[in-house]
Ligand binder design. Structure first.
Ligand code: 1HN
Length: 359
């Protein structure tokens, strides 16, 4: 990813820097150089939204996107696990990105899978993926599959914020490989599709003549079905959660839980490397279990605690926390809560290594 060396170090103010350090947060352009190491002492950990918000506001005030190292203009604050120096886990990376009104995070593409989970969205905040502008509304989840061009354009009058999730540490650290990366020749990739195009290919109604867009690469021999560019609108996901809560029995460990499916297959996982769920918890504490997969959570709504290995991670809306592999854990919502659950379970499943048990 760090193909181009920064020409000069961007300077954060000393107050921004000391706040970041105190809160275990780092700017993306400074963690890139430390990628490529695997860490064995992942800790249960939580980042409170209030601290993340201060960090992203400080960074936004200090640095316009255009001042960032050429080739990687993304204003992102990265939660750093106390046992690590570059990410929240050895497989899943999360960061919180902002784009100010009128700004554009320039187009590039890479081998890592990515998605955006919108925190502060707007109809005029668009992530452009594979030729289509996807409006980012609050809690919408939008995929940026491997090797698809993507840029982020804020035509609204408000700062937009979202969670970036990538399988970057799996590729760079755990596999010690490279994230093949390319900048687009233009800051803004040409918009070649109308809004809703990718949904017409992979949504509920599809081309009857199988004339699916051929620009999605693969599957190559041995590869999983590729994930298409796709926007999961929150109002639809939220509705499905409510339907489950009204009609179904909750899972003992995860409450009422909806898997984001790969629209190409209609089944989870969303990416070959990462699986995503929205989980509604409203029936008291869940049962404790443990598994060898790593889980990262973002709190969509509500308050509560997740007990990990005897430690209570107390969370509120928009907090981010991590449950390390093999640690017994259970959730305890105060009342009703909705979590975005992210897991590297598909990596284990690919090799028949996945295990879980009641704690
Ligand atoms: C990336 O491409 C984005 O496109 C955000 O917005 C964060 C972190 C590491 C590597 C690539 C983006 C990223 C990233």
């Amino acid at each position: 990813m760090a193909q181009q060396e920064p020409e000069e170090q961007v300077e954060l103010s000393s107050s921004t820097r000391s706040h970041l350090e105190a809160q275990n947060l780092r700017p993306l352009w400074e963690v890139e150089d430390t990628m490529g190491n695997v860490y064995d002492d992942l800790e249960p950990d939580i980042w409170k939204w209030e601290d993340i918000q201060t960090a992203i506001d400080n960074i936004e005030n200090d640095i316009p996107i255009d001042d960032l190292p050429p080739g990687f203009q993304r204003r992102v604050t990265v939660p750093i696990n106390t046992g690590m120096e570059n990410a929240i886990s050895n497989t899943i990376y999360v960061g919180v990105q902002t784009v100010s009104p009128g700004e554009n995070a320039p187009a590039h593409r890479h081998g890592a899978n990515a998605l955006r989970f919108t925190i502060d969205g707007h109809e005029e905040m668009k992530t452009v993926v594979a030729g289509e502008e996807f409006p980012m509304h609050d809690n919408d989840l939008i995929t940026t599959p491997q090797w698809e061009w993507h840029d982020h354009v804020n035509d609204s009058d408000e700062t937009a914020t979202w969670l970036d999730v990538l399988d970057l540490p799996l590729i760079l650290d755990s596999l010690n490989s490279t994230n093949v990366f390319e900048n687009h020749e233009l800051d803004r990739q040409p918009v070649t599709k109308t809004q809703g195009y990718w949904d017409s290919q992979y949504g509920r109604a599809r081309p009857a003549d199988e004339a699916k867009d051929s620009s999605i690469p693969g599957p190559f021999e041995g590869n999983r079905e590729p994930t298409p560019p796709y926007r999961f609108k929150w109002r639809e996901t939220d509705e499905t959660l409510r339907q489950r809560a009204d009609n179904d029995t909750p899972d003992p460990y995860d409450g009422y839980s909806m898997a984001y499916v790969n629209p190409n297959t209609g089944s989870p996982p969303l990416f070959p490397t990462m699986s995503f769920r929205s989980q509604l918890l409203n029936e008291g504490p869940t049962d404790a279990h443990f598994h060898n997969a790593t889980e990262v959570f973002f709190v969509i709504e509500g308050e509560g605690a997740t007990h990990v290995d005897g430690e209570a991670l107390e969370w509120g809306e928009r907090d981010i926390f991590v449950v390390p592999p093999g640690t017994p854990h259970h959730h305890e919502p105060d009342d009703e809560a909705i979590l975005l659950g992210m897991s590297d379970r598909p990596v284990y499943e690919a090799f028949n290594f996945y295990t879980e048990a009641e704690a």
